[in-house]
Design a protein around this ligand. Structure first.
Ligand SMILES: Cc1cc2nc3c(=O)[nH]c(=O)nc-3n(C[C@H](O)[C@H](O)[C@H](O)COP(=O)(O)OP(=O)(O)OC[C@H]3O[C@@H](n4cnc5c(N)ncnc54)[C@H](O)[C@@H]3O)c2cc1C
Length: 365
């Protein structure tokens, strides 16, 4: 099999063929833009169909058929069964129902580390000024980004994740009665605020229990965020100055958050475990040393960010098949093998190659 560099180039080339800007082939941090991505996915879908593939919408997989450790097919929510000795499972990191089904079916899963925290919003102009100095605002430079990390006294690491220049904080809950934040930028990156997740790395030691204990942990934080937000799907928020000085926020300052339906100001100090709050309180002033104004009083924290990556890994052998269920190919972010569009695409190609190889070998016999 070819190396990841080849696969990465292949993913980027396919994205360009489907409509992404060719600059993603050479810029340091390739950026597609959310609205553009929709059209690109439609074009990729059309290509799959033209090559003989089929897309079945409204077809939720609810069960797997497994006989003596060999997958035999899938069952859909409408009761229909699709037989196959090769099933690629690429359900994303929030497919909690599927993870539970896999556990019930005895497919080997283990808990894996992920991160929790908040979104932070600053004026994009502040980030531009710190990064570009006198050249801030020049159209050739566009909106500046950043990448920050701080190792805390309590042994935790806090880092910025999924930084969105000129972007929006968006709702990412997948279940009723829960609030989850995420972020995105359009291709133009021209919204007023810069946002990123400020998250603390956690491990299964923080949520001991069965392989799905990380999901129970996420759910607790997300339900608490829903309550703190007033039970209306507003997200709970706090100004950085108030967060650092242990007092609830009551009014926005110069930074108006972008999250819709809205942000309900209050006190975030109990929205995450104490070790995470302590770590973020230590990290924000440290980040301010690198980006002057990062810990500005008016910057807005919005909670909670709990889906930085999958809380589980569906273990697989080197041939990409599940360690205890032959023919099942766990793939992408939900299975614990990717963390973003590019790595999920690369993993998808590797898994497709592994399936093809397995079919070829079986034909030879
Ligand atoms: C708001 C937001 C912004 C992001 N921004 C970026 C970014 O800027 N850059 C970046 O690299 N990444 C970004 N990501 C992450 C990126 O989208 C994921 O890493 C990537 O999509 C993972 O790909 P995947 O194929 O593994 O899973 P997904 O893209 O999550 O696809 C999983 C699919 O499986 C389907 N599914 C789930 N359960 C079932 C079932 N039981 N039956 C049938 N189908 C099922 C889902 O509906 C979904 O279509 C962002 C994510 C979000 C939510």
């Amino acid at each position: 099999m070819r190396d990841s560099k080849y696969h990465g180039r292949k993913v980027l080339t396919e994205l360009v063929n489907a409509g992404a800007s060719p600059e993603i082939l050479y810029v340091n941090k390739p950026h597609i833009g959310t609205f553009k991505l929709v059209g690109i996915v439609q074009n990729i879908r059309a290509k799959i169909a033209a090559l003989g593939g089929e897309i079945h919408f409204q077809s939720r997989v609810t069960d797997l058929q497994i006989e003596n450790g060999q997958v035999r097919g899938v069952t859909l929510a409408n009761g229909k069964q699709i037989a196959s000795n090769h099933v690629v499972l690429a359900v994303g990191h929030s497919a909690r129902d599927t993870f539970e089904m896999l556990c019930d079916r005895g497919v080997y899963i283990e808990a894996k580390p992920f991160s929790i925290g908040f979104r932070i919003e600053h004026p994009q102009s502040l980030i531009d000024r710190c990064r570009f100095g006198d050249h801030a605002g020049h159209k050739l430079l566009g909106a500046a980004d950043y990448k920050l990390v701080h190792h805390c006294q309590n042994g935790r690491s806090v880092y910025s994740f999924c930084m969105c220049p000129g972007g929006l904080v968006v709702a990412a809950a997948s279940e009723p009665g829960r609030v989850v934040t995420n972020g995105m930028s359009q291709y133009s990156r021209n919204e007023r605020n810069a946002n990123s997740a400020i998250v603390v790395g956690i491990t299964p030691d923080d949520y001991p229990g069965d392989p799905l204990a990380g999901i129970a942990f996420q759910r607790r934080l997300e339900a608490q965020a829903f309550e703190l937000g007033g039970g209306t799907y507003d997200a709970p928020g706090q100004l950085v100055g108030d967060f650092l000085n242990h007092r609830p926020s009551t009014a926005f300052g110069t930074v108006i958050p972008s999250y819709t339906p809205g942000v309900r100001l209050g006190d975030l100090s109990h929205s995450l475990p104490d070790y995470a709050i302590t770590a973020i309180r230590e990290a924000l002033p440290a980040f301010d040393q690198q980006i002057k104004g990062f810990a500005m009083d008016d910057a807005v924290l919005t909670g909670v960010e709990t889906r930085t990556s999958s809380p589980i890994r569906i273990k697989r052998h080197e041939d990409y098949q599940s360690v205890n269920t032959a023919g099942l190919y766990p793939a992408g972010e939900g299975a614990g093998y990717a963390g973003g569009i590019l790595s999920a695409g690369i993993d998808g190609i590797k898994v497709a190659e592994a399936v093809a190889l397995s079919i070829l070998r079986n034909c030879d016999r």
